[in-house]
Ligand binder design. Sequence first.
Ligand code: GZL
Length: 336
Amino acid sequence: MLKKTMSAAAALAVGSLALTACGGTSSGSDDAAGGSGGGDDTITMGFAQVGAESGWRTANTQSVKDSAEEAGVELLFSDAQQKQENQIKAIRSYIQQDVDVIAFSPVVETGWDAVLLEAKRASIPVILTDRAVDSEDDSLYETFLGSDFVLEGERAGEWLVENAEDSDVNGDGSINVVQLEGTTGAAPAIDRAEGFADTIASDGSIEVVASQTGDFTRDGGKRVMESFLNSEDDIDVVYAHNDDMGLGAIEAIEAAGLTPGEDIKIITVDAVKDGMQALVDGKINYIVECNPLLGPQLMDLAEQVVAGEEVEPRVVTEETTFTQEEAAEVIDERQY
Ligand code: GZL
């Protein structure tokens, strides 16, 4: 196991000693995948995943595991079931196992400084993937690899502003939006709400009349949408922070005898296969893509930070948007 214990310059000076001294073994925690079995030059990565709450997360996990295998990185993997305390435990176990690099997607933005300081004191570099942390101390991690969630919310809002007239289903001049929020305190939930709100503010006829977390799950989206259908008289649009909650909302809307995509317009974020299929089927009206395939970039970044190279503090992923027509053109070739 290659252990980064010094800067690149220092490593050059004592390369043979550092490589020899590193030795050590790494045993899998919840899951060990990929890699060449812990040879001296094999990078060992501890990855603390959020959970398995959505199609996006499943695709993200697969991308990380496949890319580790491809890059010859020995991967220690844990699933926190969306609980911060489980992610912190996993990170601490990786520190104890003296891995070469730690990567994780923080389930919420706050509460990480203590454990990240422990990693820093153990000279183990940390890469944030997918979600960011809200910390005063940006020396606690090497870089953040992931989407611009505020931009995703803005893109959702832009579509609604551009399609306001068609979205005023009952023609009363007001467009009532119900919002299915992601996990409370999670960066994508906070930022997607912010970007959307800032953008629709340009059109006084659009109003978010109800907003509640569905925790990024299909069941959560269905449950919250059922309550909105009972409490709100006139819903024109659903804005769901991910496809899975949008798909749950579709179930609730259909159970209420309404036609999703027509009686109630639906805008979601992610563009996973099930969401794209609902878009093609006309049950969703617009999807803002959030790319889960972060594995290749993560492994490249890991090799750089373990080698002591400087990396960009922020690596943004490329992503786009889809209308129903655009989804029909690409759905068969998509990777997730
Ligand atoms: C976004 C990611 C979110 C997805 C959800 O990068 O953190 O978490 O949008 C997933 O589907 O649960």
